[in-house]
Design a binder for this molecule. Structure first.
Ligand code: IMP
Ligand code: MG
Length: 336
Protein backbone atom coordinates (compact mmCIF):
# COMPACT_ATOMS: atom_id res chain seq x y z
CA UNK A 1 0.00 0.00 0.00
CA UNK A 2 1.47 3.38 -0.89
CA UNK A 3 -0.15 6.77 -0.97
CA UNK A 4 2.13 9.67 -1.85
CA UNK A 5 0.68 13.09 -1.17
CA UNK A 6 2.31 15.92 -3.13
CA UNK A 7 1.72 19.41 -1.80
CA UNK A 8 2.94 22.98 -2.31
CA UNK A 9 5.49 24.56 0.03
CA UNK A 10 5.01 28.30 -0.37
CA UNK A 11 2.37 30.39 -2.20
CA UNK A 12 1.78 28.07 -5.15
CA UNK A 13 3.48 27.76 -8.50
CA UNK A 14 6.37 25.75 -7.09
CA UNK A 15 6.30 23.44 -10.08
CA UNK A 16 3.99 20.75 -8.76
CA UNK A 17 2.75 19.92 -12.28
CA UNK A 18 6.25 19.19 -13.48
CA UNK A 19 7.15 17.01 -10.45
CA UNK A 20 3.84 15.16 -10.65
CA UNK A 21 4.24 14.43 -14.34
CA UNK A 22 7.76 13.10 -13.70
CA UNK A 23 6.51 10.85 -10.87
CA UNK A 24 3.68 9.58 -13.08
CA UNK A 25 6.15 8.57 -15.79
CA UNK A 26 8.78 7.18 -13.42
CA UNK A 27 6.79 5.52 -10.62
CA UNK A 28 3.65 4.65 -12.67
CA UNK A 29 1.09 4.78 -9.86
CA UNK A 30 -2.25 3.08 -10.60
CA UNK A 31 -4.14 6.27 -9.80
CA UNK A 32 -3.28 9.95 -9.83
CA UNK A 33 -5.95 11.93 -8.03
CA UNK A 34 -6.39 15.67 -7.98
CA UNK A 35 -7.10 17.44 -4.70
CA UNK A 36 -7.05 21.15 -3.83
CA UNK A 37 -9.50 23.97 -4.33
CA UNK A 38 -10.40 23.86 -8.03
CA UNK A 39 -9.82 25.79 -11.25
CA UNK A 40 -7.90 28.56 -9.48
CA UNK A 41 -4.86 26.28 -9.83
CA UNK A 42 -2.89 25.97 -13.03
CA UNK A 43 -0.38 23.13 -13.27
CA UNK A 44 2.10 23.74 -16.06
CA UNK A 45 3.42 20.61 -17.75
CA UNK A 46 5.86 20.42 -20.64
CA UNK A 47 5.47 16.99 -22.20
CA UNK A 48 6.67 15.82 -25.62
CA UNK A 49 7.43 19.44 -26.54
CA UNK A 50 3.89 20.57 -25.83
CA UNK A 51 2.99 22.87 -22.94
CA UNK A 52 -0.19 22.19 -20.96
CA UNK A 53 -1.67 24.47 -18.31
CA UNK A 54 -4.08 22.19 -16.53
CA UNK A 55 -6.66 23.51 -14.10
CA UNK A 56 -8.64 20.26 -13.66
CA UNK A 57 -7.14 17.16 -15.28
CA UNK A 58 -4.51 15.52 -13.02
CA UNK A 59 -0.88 15.85 -14.15
CA UNK A 60 -0.63 12.05 -14.43
CA UNK A 61 -2.30 12.26 -17.89
CA UNK A 62 1.20 11.99 -19.39
CA UNK A 63 0.99 8.27 -18.75
CA UNK A 64 -2.05 6.74 -20.48
CA UNK A 65 -1.96 3.66 -18.21
CA UNK A 66 -2.97 5.68 -15.17
CA UNK A 67 -6.50 6.15 -13.84
CA UNK A 68 -7.10 9.88 -13.29
CA UNK A 69 -9.51 11.06 -10.62
CA UNK A 70 -10.85 14.32 -9.19
CA UNK A 71 -11.81 14.22 -5.50
CA UNK A 72 -15.08 15.22 -3.84
CA UNK A 73 -13.45 18.24 -2.21
CA UNK A 74 -12.38 19.74 -5.54
CA UNK A 75 -14.57 22.33 -7.27
CA UNK A 76 -15.26 21.45 -10.90
CA UNK A 77 -15.93 23.93 -13.68
CA UNK A 78 -17.56 21.63 -16.28
CA UNK A 79 -16.55 23.86 -19.22
CA UNK A 80 -12.89 23.87 -18.20
CA UNK A 81 -12.87 20.17 -17.39
CA UNK A 82 -14.52 19.00 -20.64
CA UNK A 83 -12.15 21.15 -22.69
CA UNK A 84 -9.11 19.73 -20.88
CA UNK A 85 -10.37 16.16 -21.28
CA UNK A 86 -10.46 16.76 -25.07
CA UNK A 87 -7.05 18.44 -25.03
CA UNK A 88 -5.41 15.59 -23.10
CA UNK A 89 -7.52 12.84 -24.69
CA UNK A 90 -8.41 11.38 -21.30
CA UNK A 91 -12.08 10.46 -22.02
CA UNK A 92 -11.44 6.81 -21.16
CA UNK A 93 -9.40 7.17 -17.99
CA UNK A 94 -10.83 10.17 -16.12
CA UNK A 95 -13.30 10.04 -13.24
CA UNK A 96 -14.97 12.77 -11.18
CA UNK A 97 -16.47 12.18 -7.76
CA UNK A 98 -20.29 12.36 -7.60
CA UNK A 99 -19.97 14.91 -4.83
CA UNK A 100 -17.48 17.36 -6.37
CA UNK A 101 -18.96 20.87 -6.22
CA UNK A 102 -19.80 22.78 -9.40
CA UNK A 103 -18.62 26.28 -10.31
CA UNK A 104 -21.30 28.20 -12.19
CA UNK A 105 -21.26 31.49 -14.12
CA UNK A 106 -22.53 33.51 -11.16
CA UNK A 107 -19.55 32.35 -9.04
CA UNK A 108 -17.10 33.51 -11.70
CA UNK A 109 -18.97 36.79 -12.05
CA UNK A 110 -18.71 37.56 -8.31
CA UNK A 111 -15.11 36.39 -8.05
CA UNK A 112 -13.94 38.54 -10.94
CA UNK A 113 -15.82 41.75 -10.07
CA UNK A 114 -16.28 41.90 -6.28
CA UNK A 115 -14.16 44.70 -4.80
CA UNK A 116 -13.11 42.66 -1.77
CA UNK A 117 -12.25 39.44 -3.61
CA UNK A 118 -10.82 40.76 -6.84
CA UNK A 119 -9.66 44.12 -5.55
CA UNK A 120 -8.35 43.53 -2.03
CA UNK A 121 -7.46 39.83 -1.99
CA UNK A 122 -6.50 39.59 -5.66
CA UNK A 123 -8.21 36.27 -6.36
CA UNK A 124 -7.78 34.37 -9.60
CA UNK A 125 -11.39 35.21 -10.54
CA UNK A 126 -12.11 31.55 -11.28
CA UNK A 127 -15.22 31.40 -9.06
CA UNK A 128 -13.79 29.01 -6.47
CA UNK A 129 -14.28 31.22 -3.38
CA UNK A 130 -17.95 32.06 -4.11
CA UNK A 131 -18.63 28.40 -5.00
CA UNK A 132 -17.18 27.27 -1.67
CA UNK A 133 -19.45 29.84 0.03
CA UNK A 134 -22.46 28.18 -1.63
CA UNK A 135 -21.18 24.77 -0.59
CA UNK A 136 -21.05 25.91 3.02
CA UNK A 137 -24.56 27.32 2.62
CA UNK A 138 -25.49 23.87 1.26
CA UNK A 139 -26.95 25.13 -1.98
CA UNK A 140 -24.12 24.35 -4.40
CA UNK A 141 -24.79 21.97 -7.28
CA UNK A 142 -22.73 18.79 -7.31
CA UNK A 143 -21.19 16.85 -10.20
CA UNK A 144 -24.03 14.30 -10.07
CA UNK A 145 -26.48 17.11 -11.01
CA UNK A 146 -24.72 17.85 -14.32
CA UNK A 147 -25.73 15.59 -17.32
CA UNK A 148 -22.49 16.29 -19.28
CA UNK A 149 -20.45 14.87 -16.43
CA UNK A 150 -22.51 11.66 -16.22
CA UNK A 151 -19.99 9.50 -18.19
CA UNK A 152 -17.21 10.39 -15.75
CA UNK A 153 -18.96 10.05 -12.38
CA UNK A 154 -17.47 7.72 -9.79
CA UNK A 155 -16.87 7.26 -6.07
CA UNK A 156 -13.28 8.45 -5.76
CA UNK A 157 -12.90 7.43 -2.11
CA UNK A 158 -13.89 3.83 -2.91
CA UNK A 159 -11.59 3.65 -5.94
CA UNK A 160 -8.61 4.94 -3.98
CA UNK A 161 -9.12 2.88 -0.86
CA UNK A 162 -9.71 -0.29 -2.93
CA UNK A 163 -6.50 0.37 -4.89
CA UNK A 164 -4.51 0.89 -1.67
CA UNK A 165 -5.96 -2.26 -0.12
CA UNK A 166 -4.84 -4.18 -3.21
CA UNK A 167 -1.30 -2.92 -2.65
CA UNK A 168 -1.35 -0.47 -5.55
CA UNK A 169 0.34 2.93 -5.60
CA UNK A 170 -1.70 6.13 -5.55
CA UNK A 171 -0.41 9.65 -6.02
CA UNK A 172 -2.45 12.58 -4.70
CA UNK A 173 -1.79 16.01 -6.15
CA UNK A 174 -2.50 19.05 -4.08
CA UNK A 175 -2.97 22.45 -5.64
CA UNK A 176 -2.28 25.92 -4.28
CA UNK A 177 0.11 25.62 -1.35
CA UNK A 178 0.39 25.76 2.41
CA UNK A 179 0.87 29.54 2.76
CA UNK A 180 -2.41 30.02 0.85
CA UNK A 181 -4.26 27.85 3.39
CA UNK A 182 -7.43 29.42 4.77
CA UNK A 183 -6.36 28.26 8.26
CA UNK A 184 -2.56 28.30 8.28
CA UNK A 185 -1.67 30.80 5.56
CA UNK A 186 -1.25 34.57 5.42
CA UNK A 187 -4.93 35.36 6.12
CA UNK A 188 -6.86 37.15 4.63
CA UNK A 189 -4.62 36.90 1.55
CA UNK A 190 -5.28 33.20 1.10
CA UNK A 191 -7.50 30.85 -0.88
CA UNK A 192 -10.94 29.61 0.16
CA UNK A 193 -9.96 26.31 1.81
CA UNK A 194 -7.22 24.55 3.75
CA UNK A 195 -4.43 23.36 1.44
CA UNK A 196 -2.36 21.15 3.79
CA UNK A 197 -1.51 17.49 3.21
CA UNK A 198 -4.31 16.65 5.67
CA UNK A 199 -6.79 18.66 3.55
CA UNK A 200 -5.59 16.81 0.46
CA UNK A 201 -6.53 13.52 2.17
CA UNK A 202 -9.92 14.91 3.06
CA UNK A 203 -10.47 16.16 -0.52
CA UNK A 204 -10.06 12.65 -1.92
CA UNK A 205 -11.64 10.59 0.85
CA UNK A 206 -8.69 8.79 2.50
CA UNK A 207 -7.75 8.74 6.16
CA UNK A 208 -4.36 9.85 7.50
CA UNK A 209 -3.34 6.27 8.38
CA UNK A 210 -3.15 5.49 4.64
CA UNK A 211 -0.44 8.04 3.79
CA UNK A 212 3.05 6.64 3.19
CA UNK A 213 4.86 9.80 2.06
CA UNK A 214 4.27 13.53 1.95
CA UNK A 215 6.38 15.28 -0.67
CA UNK A 216 6.43 19.04 -0.36
CA UNK A 217 7.40 20.91 -3.54
CA UNK A 218 9.52 24.03 -3.06
CA UNK A 219 10.90 26.29 -5.74
CA UNK A 220 14.51 27.49 -5.43
CA UNK A 221 13.15 31.03 -5.12
CA UNK A 222 9.71 32.09 -3.93
CA UNK A 223 6.95 33.65 -6.02
CA UNK A 224 3.51 34.93 -5.20
CA UNK A 225 0.60 36.28 -7.27
CA UNK A 226 -2.07 38.45 -5.71
CA UNK A 227 -1.78 40.51 -2.53
CA UNK A 228 -0.20 39.81 0.86
CA UNK A 229 3.18 39.47 2.55
CA UNK A 230 6.25 38.17 0.74
CA UNK A 231 9.34 38.36 2.98
CA UNK A 232 12.44 39.53 1.12
CA UNK A 233 10.42 40.65 -1.91
CA UNK A 234 12.66 41.96 -4.71
CA UNK A 235 11.96 44.88 -7.02
CA UNK A 236 10.64 44.11 -10.49
CA UNK A 237 13.98 45.19 -11.94
CA UNK A 238 15.94 42.89 -9.63
CA UNK A 239 13.63 39.95 -10.42
CA UNK A 240 14.22 40.52 -14.11
CA UNK A 241 17.96 40.87 -13.64
CA UNK A 242 18.09 37.50 -11.86
CA UNK A 243 16.02 35.83 -14.59
CA UNK A 244 13.24 34.96 -12.13
CA UNK A 245 10.39 36.57 -14.08
CA UNK A 246 7.28 34.36 -14.24
CA UNK A 247 3.63 34.87 -15.18
CA UNK A 248 0.59 33.18 -13.57
CA UNK A 249 -0.68 30.09 -15.43
CA UNK A 250 -4.35 30.96 -14.81
CA UNK A 251 -4.34 34.76 -14.72
CA UNK A 252 -1.24 35.74 -16.72
CA UNK A 253 -0.29 38.12 -13.88
CA UNK A 254 3.38 38.88 -13.28
CA UNK A 255 4.50 36.91 -10.22
CA UNK A 256 6.22 38.76 -7.37
CA UNK A 257 9.46 37.09 -6.28
CA UNK A 258 11.84 36.71 -3.31
CA UNK A 259 14.83 34.54 -2.47
CA UNK A 260 14.37 31.09 -0.86
CA UNK A 261 13.31 31.41 2.79
CA UNK A 262 14.47 28.73 5.26
CA UNK A 263 11.99 29.70 8.01
CA UNK A 264 9.09 29.38 5.60
CA UNK A 265 10.49 26.04 4.41
CA UNK A 266 10.52 24.81 8.03
CA UNK A 267 6.95 25.96 8.49
CA UNK A 268 5.83 24.21 5.30
CA UNK A 269 7.41 20.94 6.42
CA UNK A 270 5.80 21.19 9.87
CA UNK A 271 2.28 22.03 8.67
CA UNK A 272 2.29 19.27 6.06
CA UNK A 273 4.17 16.63 8.07
CA UNK A 274 6.38 16.39 5.00
CA UNK A 275 8.80 13.45 4.66
CA UNK A 276 10.71 14.67 1.59
CA UNK A 277 11.28 17.79 -0.49
CA UNK A 278 11.15 18.19 -4.26
CA UNK A 279 13.23 21.28 -5.08
CA UNK A 280 12.34 22.84 -8.43
CA UNK A 281 13.98 25.34 -10.79
CA UNK A 282 17.44 24.83 -9.33
CA UNK A 283 18.78 25.48 -12.85
CA UNK A 284 17.51 29.07 -12.61
CA UNK A 285 19.83 29.68 -9.63
CA UNK A 286 22.63 27.43 -10.92
CA UNK A 287 22.55 27.38 -14.75
CA UNK A 288 25.34 24.79 -14.86
CA UNK A 289 22.82 22.06 -14.01
CA UNK A 290 20.25 23.00 -16.68
CA UNK A 291 18.44 19.86 -17.95
CA UNK A 292 20.82 17.61 -16.01
CA UNK A 293 19.96 14.15 -14.65
CA UNK A 294 23.34 13.34 -13.18
CA UNK A 295 23.75 13.27 -9.37
CA UNK A 296 27.51 13.96 -9.73
CA UNK A 297 26.68 17.59 -10.57
CA UNK A 298 25.52 18.21 -7.01
CA UNK A 299 28.66 19.72 -5.56
CA UNK A 300 30.09 23.09 -4.47
CA UNK A 301 27.49 25.87 -4.10
CA UNK A 302 24.70 23.58 -5.26
CA UNK A 303 25.45 21.01 -2.56
CA UNK A 304 25.74 23.79 0.02
CA UNK A 305 22.30 25.18 -0.85
CA UNK A 306 20.73 21.73 -0.57
CA UNK A 307 22.54 20.97 2.70
CA UNK A 308 21.26 24.21 4.17
CA UNK A 309 17.66 23.34 3.24
CA UNK A 310 18.03 19.85 4.72
CA UNK A 311 19.59 21.23 7.88
CA UNK A 312 16.77 23.75 8.37
CA UNK A 313 13.93 21.31 7.64
CA UNK A 314 15.45 18.04 8.95
CA UNK A 315 14.18 16.14 5.90
CA UNK A 316 15.80 15.14 2.62
CA UNK A 317 15.70 16.90 -0.70
CA UNK A 318 14.90 13.81 -2.77
CA UNK A 319 14.06 15.22 -6.20
CA UNK A 320 15.59 18.20 -7.99
CA UNK A 321 14.09 20.00 -10.97
CA UNK A 322 16.67 21.12 -13.54
CA UNK A 323 14.45 22.38 -16.37
CA UNK A 324 10.84 22.74 -17.53
CA UNK A 325 10.34 19.30 -19.11
CA UNK A 326 9.04 16.32 -17.13
CA UNK A 327 12.36 14.49 -17.58
CA UNK A 328 14.58 17.40 -16.44
CA UNK A 329 15.09 15.86 -13.00
CA UNK A 330 17.85 14.65 -10.73
CA UNK A 331 16.26 11.85 -8.71
CA UNK A 332 18.04 11.21 -5.41
CA UNK A 333 15.59 8.63 -4.11
CA UNK A 334 16.95 5.13 -3.62
CA UNK A 335 15.04 3.79 -6.59
CA UNK A 336 15.66 6.95 -8.64
P1 IMP B 1 -8.50 32.39 -5.07
O1 IMP B 1 -7.95 31.06 -4.69
O2 IMP B 1 -8.77 32.51 -6.55
O3 IMP B 1 -9.66 32.78 -4.22
O4 IMP B 1 -7.37 33.50 -4.78
C1 IMP B 1 -6.90 33.78 -3.46
C2 IMP B 1 -5.39 33.96 -3.46
O5 IMP B 1 -4.77 32.72 -3.73
C3 IMP B 1 -4.87 34.92 -4.53
O6 IMP B 1 -3.73 35.58 -4.01
C4 IMP B 1 -4.46 33.99 -5.66
O7 IMP B 1 -3.47 34.59 -6.48
C5 IMP B 1 -3.91 32.82 -4.87
N1 IMP B 1 -3.96 31.53 -5.58
C6 IMP B 1 -5.01 30.70 -5.70
N2 IMP B 1 -4.69 29.60 -6.38
C7 IMP B 1 -3.39 29.71 -6.71
C8 IMP B 1 -2.47 28.88 -7.42
O8 IMP B 1 -2.77 27.78 -7.88
N3 IMP B 1 -1.20 29.37 -7.55
C9 IMP B 1 -0.82 30.57 -7.03
N4 IMP B 1 -1.65 31.37 -6.37
C10 IMP B 1 -2.93 30.96 -6.21
MG1 MG C 1 0.16 27.25 -10.75
Amino acid sequence: MSLTVVCGGFWGDEGKGKILSYLALKDVPSIVVRAGVGTNAGHTILFQNKEYKLRMVPSGFVNPDIRLLIGAGVLVDPKVLLKEIDETNTHECLGVDYQSGIIEEQHIEIDSTNAHLKGKIGTTGSGTGPANVDRVLRKLKLAKDIPQLEPYLTDVSIEINDALNEGKAVQAEGSQAILLSLYHGSYPYVTSKDTSAAAICSDIGVGPTKVSDVMVVMKSFITRVGTGELPGELSKEEVEKRGWTEYGAVTGRLRRAAPFNYDLAKKAVRLNGATQIALTKLDIIFPEIAKANDTDLIKGNIAEFIDKIEEATKIKVSIIGTGPAAEDIIDLRENG
